[in-house]
Design a protein around this ligand. Sequence first.
Ligand SMILES: NC(=O)c1ccc[n+]([C@@H]2O[C@H](COP(=O)([O-])OP(=O)(O)OC[C@H]3O[C@@H](n4cnc5c(N)ncnc54)[C@H](O)[C@@H]3O)[C@@H](O)[C@H]2O)c1
Ligand SMILES: NC(=O)c1ccc[n+]([C@@H]2O[C@H](COP(=O)([O-])OP(=O)(O)OC[C@H]3O[C@@H](n4cnc5c(N)ncnc54)[C@H](O)[C@@H]3O)[C@@H](O)[C@H]2O)c1
Lengths: 207, 207
Amino acid sequence: QIGPSGVTRIALYYRVLSSLTEEGVRYVSSEELGERTGNNAAQVRKDLSYFGNFGKPGVGYDLTDLQDKLSQILRKEDSRKMALVGVGNLGSALLSYDRFKEEGFQITAIFDNDRRKIGCQRGGLVIQDVTELKPILSKDGISIGIVTVPSAATQKVVDELIEVGVRAILNFAPSRVTVPDFIILQNVDLSIELDRLSFFLENKGSI
Amino acid sequence: QIGPSGVTRIALYYRVLSSLTEEGVRYVSSEELGERTGNNAAQVRKDLSYFGNFGKPGVGYDLTDLQDKLSQILRKEDSRKMALVGVGNLGSALLSYDRFKEEGFQITAIFDNDRRKIGCQRGGLVIQDVTELKPILSKDGISIGIVTVPSAATQKVVDELIEVGVRAILNFAPSRVTVPDFIILQNVDLSIELDRLSFFLENKGSI
Ligand SMILES: NC(=O)c1ccc[n+]([C@@H]2O[C@H](COP(=O)([O-])OP(=O)(O)OC[C@H]3O[C@@H](n4cnc5c(N)ncnc54)[C@H](O)[C@@H]3O)[C@@H](O)[C@H]2O)c1
Ligand SMILES: NC(=O)c1ccc[n+]([C@@H]2O[C@H](COP(=O)([O-])OP(=O)(O)OC[C@H]3O[C@@H](n4cnc5c(N)ncnc54)[C@H](O)[C@@H]3O)[C@@H](O)[C@H]2O)c1
């Protein structure tokens, strides 16, 4: 059971490998992968051992080989279509963030309830009326819903996404959302990043 | 050495305890804390044991007691002042996100280089000219800098924040930034959240 922290680390290792390839590196050690992601070498080896025996003792990991393995684990060859609901400040920033597409995640439908925004273009897409969400999405085969609406609107938006077949929800609104067991719900709270940052700021050297 | 993943989990446990207090709960088990954060009970016990012996076997953890302990670990009684540079879509969304202040992090100065924005109000603060960053910040005692500018501008903004005494940087721009050893630099990449979400979507039941 690798757990959410482990998958996050695998995704971080994968990005380090991509930038090392650009630098023309052939081998990488668990120490190097650890250093670049803030983990220790033993943690790196343990994470990778969930998925098989990769490295050679003393030599480290063959970069291309490890990159292929992690790409398979993260299914990077798949491209996933996403719907985004709530085209405000946060929604707009996510729409224009190039990394999503580079990593295989494409926003293909965007919705809002603001009369002044519906019909406008953002990030190459037309903002559609959230009341039309169900007829529009039931044809599209979208697997992920990104929710960037105010807290009060969150539960209803999530329910509608589930009704049209979305099975994974990335929720940014700071409100408790309930979903059936078969749904993968992930809440993002960037204040957690600040807790972590300040913990290491205040415990520098003693960790 | 607790490591970044461990601190992230401690911050998640702390938030679960806050919502359980609202529900009037007196004791909480490592199973319950694990379930609500997507980790297993053994991981919860291991994380907490870094900081001392809390819980009684069979009874679980006294909620108020554990909350106090985690609040001390995360230094929740401290209030930290932050500067934010780049008041665009993402910067504006972070400015109006109430959770930051609730968790003890307050943005007290905001900067941009767009003539049309300088002098305007956002989130109760006046947008200041980034060319004035050094004289303005050297008086304020700000410990954290949030960087939400385009990639090309990132390194220069980070260098200036360090020059005025900022020691921890939360960088959102997708570019490699170099900082001296005594600086805590944390890069945020929300595509990592999508990797994690889709991993559990595709591996449901088999984990
Ligand atoms: N998780 C985090 O770290 C984090 C950070 C910043 C903001 N947020 C949260 O993200 C959300 C969006 O923040 P923002 O700054 O972009 O706010 P915003 O007000 O700029 O954007 C909200 C958008 O949602 C639309 N909307 C409102 N109700 C709707 C509905 N029922 N259906 C469809 N669209 C609807 C609005 O018209 C607006 O365009 C908020 O809940 C905020 O608290 C979270
Ligand atoms: N890490 C993530 O998950 C994530 C998600 C979304 C966006 N982003 C990144 O965040 C950054 C901001 O995104 P956005 O959508 O808010 O862009 P935006 O264009 O809306 O905002 C950028 C702001 O920075 C200002 N700016 C530009 N150069 C500056 C400088 N030298 N000094 C001060 N201010 C300057 C601009 O005037 C603008 O207000 C981008 O780098 C983007 O790639 C990251």
